[in-house]
Structures are given as C-alpha cells and as structure tokens.
Design a protein around this ligand. Structure first.
Ligand code: SAH
Length: 487
C-alpha cells in the first residue's frame, strides 16, 4: 500500500488554504463541511468565497502567501495555479512536519483528498494513490449507485442505539446478526420509506425482546418492458439483495442476468391454458413460505406491478399475513413503447389526455364505458392479447372513433427485436396478421400515433398508414414549423 487511509477529525481545527479560485472552493467546501476552521490566503477571492466570508464560514487574508500563514495550522492545501508557489508551500509544510495537499499534484502532496461517496455519517473514500484519479472517480460513481441514501440514517440510528444494542445482545455473534437485521430488515425499510419514528419503535421493540426478529420480506419490483437499461436503481439493488426471485413470463432474461448469482429464480408466469386462480395461489404460497423463512423475496413483474399486473392483490395477501413489503415501480409498457416508437402520448395539439386500458374486458361492458374510450382527442393505450384486436377495434369504431384513426402496434417494445406497425384503426387486424405480430404487443390509438412516421427512432417501422389519410400530419408540418424555426 502506497498511502495510509485515514479519516481526520478537523472539528474546530485550523486549516490553511492558499488560493482563492474555483479549485480552492471545492476543497474549502469539503473542509468546512467537516467543521474545519479554514483560513484562505489569496491575492483575490471568488464571489462564492466572498459570500462565505460574509457568512463567517471562512476567514480570509488577502495578500501574498507568507510562511507565517502556516502558524497554528493542522493541515495545508495549496490550490493556486502557480507551480513555484505550490512547490514552496509544500516545502515549508514539510519542514514543519505539516501535512500538505497540492491540488492535482500527487508528487508534491503529503496527503491526498480521496473521491468520496457521502452518506453521512457513513462516508466511503476512494483513492488510486494518485495513480489514476479517473479510475477512482469511476469506482466512486459505481458505489454511488449501489448504496442507497437511507444508509446514512441507518448509521445514525445505529450510533444512537449502540450502547443499548450492546447491552441487550452482549455476545458478538448474535449482535452481528442483529445489525444485519437492522440494516436489511424492517428498520432499514422504514428509514428508506421516510418513516423514522416507525424505524425507532421497531428497533426498540426488538431490543425489548433481546433477540433478532426474523427479517423476511417481499419486494414487489417492476422490471420494466425488457431493456435492462430501463430498470430503476432500486430495482437493481433489490435484485442484488434477493434470496429468491419469483418472476413472470414477461420478464426479460437479460434482467434476470443482473440478479445476485446465488439467488433462487422461480418462474411463476401463467402458461397458456393454465388456471389463473391456481397460478395466483401458487405465487401467494411461495411468497409466504420464503418470507416466513426470513428470506428476501423479490416478486419481479414485467412493466409496473400496479398496471394490469395484480400487484394490488399480492400486497393485500401479504398484509393479511403480516409480511413486510416494499414496492419498486417499473416503467410500464405504455411509456416504454411510446418512447421507443416516437409516439408522444400527449401532445399540445392532438391529445390532451391518455387512458391505459386492457382489451380483456367483460362482455357486459356498458355503452357509457365504450363511449369513454372514443374521444378522438384522447390517446388510448391498449394492453392486450392480439386475439382481442378485431372485436375491440370494431367496438371503438361502432362507438365513435373514426375508422381512419391512426394507430400503432408495438411488438416487443424496447427489446432488440422491437417492431412498430403504423396503420388505421379499421386495418390494424389485417396488417397485424399479415406481418405476423405476436405477443407481447401494445396498441396505441389516436392522432399522436401518426407522429411515429416522423419521430420513430428504434427498431423496425412498418408504415401502412396511407399519407392520403393524414390530415393530422400535413397539419402538423404547417403548424409546427413556425415554432421550430423560432427555437
Ligand atoms: N404490468 C405490465 C403489463 C402486464 S399486461 C406493464 O406495466 O407493462 C401484459 C400486456 O402488456 C401484454 O399483453 C402487452 O400488451 C403489454 N406489454 C408488456 N410488455 C410489453 C412489451 N415489451 N412490448 C409490448 N407490449 C408489452
């Protein structure tokens, strides 16, 4: 090891920073955040530093650096753009056995400032020993995405209860298990959910029982439509944390690849012809069984769990059985398919609202409900099996949607094999079968669908929407141009 890692207590201690520019600002910000008494020595200082001086955050001595500026200092930072001056400051510091950092100059520095991930009181510091700051920065970015912000609050709570925890669990082994529970279990979850009082009372209950409660829970995670890049950071962390993953048919294999290697992956998707009730019972049973064993169960669903995904039913079941849970939203197929096919779901000119519906509907759906789907200025997004397409579209036309309403079918939205079919409402079924569209596919109905002609950017587009039928598009060209040229 070239450098000794060290966290210094600078509360109320004098630190001298030479230089008054932007680079100095960054170091000063960090030093004052750690409570140091910073004196800035510079011939001139930046407006920000002037503000900080006015707020008494720093002291400033305007003028040339003198050796006596180092009197009483614990640390020195040389942040000037004058290499001779920086060298001289470093030499004076060395002769006084004072640690000095020369910004961006590892060889002149006797201490270095690491790249940090700040989850105070928890701080991760990364150093490449001055060899390659870029590499350290890259690692910092990786850790930044891995570590949830709530870890700071967890550390703070652990600090406050450290004595109590030691008293309740005097043996090291059980105490470690308790800390694991504290971080991964309901206390950590409560802090993540911004419920500090709940966290504290859970912790106190557990301490009262002088043992670690079981920490099993279910995380209901939306896996998005397919492209792994559309996962949220929370989803990625949940996959890293999972003991068991219960996943649906629509979850892309590329996403399961990202899960913890030793997690048990169980496919619980409904197969064609299988009894839905039995499948759902099995899912409930598996969640309950594994969570009760203290495991972290990730229930992974395509898109978002609360949009045509039975997420609500699963949570009701968990609540009934007092199993802890969290919900991580996912990007639903409507949003992904729209984005990846260049169809804005609302548009100032063509659609003021959007409705997400499913084509699976009961036969007795009443007229009023159909009428509600037939406002020509509204975008309709239909989650469905392609089988329902003909009768669904016929009903839309029968209740007032124009037969030549533009519509798009997006197959395998956001996946490498995405295809977009642009057509008219009355011809959708014809072309969908001609081009053998299959599941999963999503239908977008409304004038905005025609914008795919211009805005489409991902995968293949099959354009079967006759230009003659596109008043909306010719209008669009005319009306948008002035705005575009103004921009
Ligand atoms: N909870 C999911 C929807 C489940 S319903 C979500 O929020 O996206 C299943 C229907 O979603 C499919 O029949 C299809 O219409 C649509 N769907 C899901 N993923 C899709 C994808 N990648 N491309 C196109 N449609 C998709």
């Amino acid at each position: 090891m070239q450098l000794f890692p060290l966290f210094a207590d600078l509360q109320g201690r004098a630190v001298v920073v030479v230089g008054g520019g932007e680079i100095a600002e960054r170091k000063i910000h960090l030093l004052t955040s750690a409570g140091a008494n910073v004196t800035v020595v510079a011939k001139a200082i930046s407006p920000t530093l002037q503000d900080w001086e006015a707020q008494n955050r720093i002291w400033v001595r305007l003028g040339a650096f003198q050796e006596s500026d180092l009197d009483g200092a614990w640390l020195v930072v040389a942040a000037t753009d004058n290499i001779q001056l920086n060298t001289a400051i470093a030499a004076h510091a060395t002769s006084r056995k004072l640690f000095a950092n020369v910004v961006d100059n590892a060889s002149l520095s006797s201490f270095q400032v690491p790249a940090i991930v700040d989850r105070s009181p928890l701080v991760v510091a990364i150093s490449s020993s001055g060899a390659a700051p870029m590499v350290a920065r890259r690692v910092r970015a990786q850790i930044e995405t891995m570590v949830d912000h709530s870890i700071g609050a967890i550390a703070e709570l652990a600090q406050r209860y450290r004595g109590h925890i030691k008293e309740a669990l005097p043996l090291l082994g059980p105490r470690r298990a308790f800390y694991d529970w504290l971080i991964d279990g309901p206390v950590g979850k409560a802090l993540k959910a911004q419920q500090p009082k709940q966290a504290q009372s859970l912790l106190e209950d557990a301490l009262g029982q002088k043992q670690t409660p079981p920490k099993g829970e279910v995380i209901l995670v939306g896996a998005g439509p397919g492209d792994p890049g559309l996962l949220t950071l929370h989803a990625l962390r949940a996959l890293n944390q999972a003991d068991v993953i219960l996943y649906d048919r629509l979850v892309d294999p590329a996403i399961l690849e990202l899960a913890r290697r030793d997690a048990t992956q169980i496919h619980v998707g409904k197969e064609v012809g299988e009894n839905h009730h039995a499948t759902q019972q099995r899912i409930h049973h598996l969640m309950l069984e594994h969570a009760k064993q203290g495991q972290t169960v990730v229930r992974l669903k395509g898109g978002d769990a609360f949009i045509f995904g039975r997420g609500g039913e699963e949570l009701q079941f968990l609540r009934q059985h007092s199993i802890a849970y969290q919900v991580v939203p996912g990007i639903t197929a409507a949003l992904a398919c729209a984005a990846y096919s260049g169809i804005p779901l609302t548009h100032r000119q063509y659609a003021q609202s959007v409705q997400f519906v499913t084509a699976h509907r009961k036969d007795d759906t009443d007229i009023a409900e159909w009428a509600g789907l037939c406002d020509n200025s509204q975008t309709l997004v239909v989650y469905m099996g392609l089988k329902q397409l003909t009768s669904f579209n016929q009903m839309l036309i029968a209740h007032g949607r124009a037969a030549n309403t533009p519509c798009a079918i997006i197959e395998n939205g956001s996946r490498p094999n995405q295809r977009t079919l642009l057509t008219r409402l009355d011809q959708a079924q014809h072309y969908a079968s001609q081009y053998t569209f299959s599941s999963p596919s999503l239908l977008i109905v409304g004038p905005v669908a025609a914008l795919a002609k211009q805005l489409h950017w991902y995968g293949e587009i099959i354009d079967e929407y006759p230009d003659a039928d596109t008043p909306s598009l010719s209008q669009l060209n005319v009306e948008l141009l002035p705005e575009l040229s103004a921009a």
